[in-house]
Design a binder for this molecule. Sequence first.
Ligand code: BJW
Length: 265
Amino acid sequence: MAVDIPDDLIETYRKAERVVVLTGAGVSAESGVPTFREAQSGLWAQYDPRELATPQAFVRNPRLVWEWYAWRRELIQRARPNLAHYALVDLEQATPHFLLITQNIDGFHWLAGSRDMLELHGNIARTKCFDEGHRVDGWPQSDEIPPRCPRCRSLLRPDVVWFGEGIPEHALRAAFEATRQCQVFMAIGTSAVVQPAAQLPLLAKRAGARIIEINPEQTAISLLADWSLRGSAAQVLPALVRALGFPTTAIDGARQSETAQGRDT
Ligand code: BJW
């Protein structure tokens, strides 16, 4: 698919000193990780978030919640970053000040090589305890599900942010600060309905940034975006890096390693 990147977008991006990118589940869709709100394939079409992604749900049925996240953790462990993740690494390398803010918990941006980044909703690979929030790397073997914290004996849970819970304070503060200062704000693969992340594009717009959206579908962001690039992140982002004339080191590396392993990225 040929992706048309407007000339004025290219000119604006090249001039920008500070770029902030907000990613959502759509960025990992082509890695085989389901999104949340898409009508047929989204997780919330099949599962009720109130029964799985709230502290109340965990108190009601900790085993169900633990096992649902164990299933998703395995799914993510079997998947790998796609060209969208690698293209964002190339953008970070070529942009003077670049901050990637992700709502995703899969850790794929880090795995691909992004370094200046914030995980707003935590990371499914980490575990903490429910009562005290102790981060836990391992626990004694037991038949109990979920297992218990070796320090305080409370139940263990994934280190992700559920509905009704606060975003880690340092991450939220840094996200707002960078958003207020950027000249270009990109929203990629997010429906932008979950707060407080959904405020970021609006805040960027009010502060004078130009907004680029990458999403196959229209979203609330489309109304305020200067450019909406309709297509999948794994197609549009590599095309954007090339159109900007930036080195494609991470993209090429990913392609080469996929070819060597006989797979398509
Ligand atoms: C592609 C693609 C491709 C497909 N390429 N694109 C103010 C007003 C109203 C409510 C609230 C409010 N403030 C807070 C709330 C409550 C709540 C909230 O926002 N609710 C809304 C639903 C209304 N927020 C919270 O509770 C937050 N906490 C908080 O604010 O604390 C203070 C507070 C609490 C309570 C009241 C008031 C203040 C915490 C939110 C935590 C969200 N957690 C989850 C689960 C994480 C763990 C897990 O994974 O299980 O995070 S929910 C889920 O949604 C997940 C995601 O990170 C998040 C965002 O979803 P995302 O990424 O946008 O995915 P989708 O599926 O929605 O969209 C995918 C997009 O990709 C689509 O647009 C596709 O078209 C596109 N796409 N393929 C590019 N190939």
